[in-house]
Design a protein around this ligand. Sequence first.
Ligand code: ATP
Ligand code: MG
Length: 387
Amino acid sequence: MRSILVRYHEVALKKGNRPYFVELLKRNLASSVRGLGLKEIKNLPGRLLLLFDEKADREEISDRVRRVFGVANFSLVESTSRDLEILKSKILASLDARHFNSFRIVTKRGDKDFPLTSPEINREIGAVVKERSGARVDLKNAELTISIEILPRNAYFGFDKIVGAGGLPVGTSGRAVSLISGGIDSPVAAYRMMQRGSQLAFVHFHSTPYLDKTSQEKVRELVKLLTRHQFFSRLYLVPFGEIQRQIVASVLRPLRVIFYRRMMMRIAEAIARKERADALVTGESLAQVASQTLKNLSVIEKATTLMVLRPLVGMDKQEIINQARKIGTFETSTIPDQDCCQLFVPRHPATKAELVDVEKAESRLDLAALTQFGAENAEVEEFKFPA
Ligand code: ATP
Ligand code: MG
């Protein structure tokens, strides 16, 4: 049977939270490999063992497990008898095709009644590996680590550790609503929140028919990419053009972007209620553009009573771009589109909005009606991974 040994960081597992964390990690791992022949997930101390049927595609399994948050690292392992002679010969046979100058063996016993201790097993197996390969033992910087797990009925061994996505299992840190624009920043912000364990719903504001539909198509693709990490997503596509037209009719040009943003916050808050979410997430980064000065950000967030989380606030554009490339969203984000915030706005928006001015101008609008219009007319789409 083909198997994967998943290791998670214990630091995150303080006291009573541990079973909850492990349950969600198991659930998420099972979701991620759906359709790939998973038979069972076994709990081991600090680790999980995923057992697959014979035909399971290891490449595909690794690819999926690599994206599951909460996984520190994992290894592909072979199942074998606990008989030490059989274990030795299997390990030697699997090592024949490998070249390495140094190695170490790390044994863990899930069965403390096994006649040999872990260091004894390390020594016995180490001796034959050393003899066959000519490589030296190096406990600190080994080129090859051989991991062995002794369980009550059988044993497992494997060689390489694949680095996982880290963070916490999605679902362990509540729910939030992510405002996603189709640009570079907001998908990275969403990723960082999911990595901290939040389950996200997505909201996108579009200005069709005043602008074309590219931003919606991009956002669908981005949500699809991000859903690989949380397995289910809901996307709300809010028709914003009509609301913008009303804002434009009563608000002077320099403040329009601030108004758009405040309206977005209100509508996202209404959607967060439906989603039972506790926070809004944006891709704003301090002073990146005129609408993101400290003053403007603070005026924008006063439109909602929800906490506004901005995981990118202290990041440089280049750092954000690097992460977008790494998580695979950059290419989609850089397809040219027509962003709703470009509609009816000046090239030089206000950088120092004052709340009193904004509130005064807003009093000419029926904010509750506009909010309701946006939230109720949103089209809702659902995404699943694997599809
Ligand atoms: P991004 O690359 O995420 O679009 P940006 O640097 O272009 O960010 P802005 O266009 O000022 O910045 O938007 C700031 C944030 O406001 C975005 O990161 C996003 O969270 C939210 N936002 C902007 N436009 C939209 C939209 N059309 N739909 C949903 N959220 C939006
Ligand atoms: Mg943008």
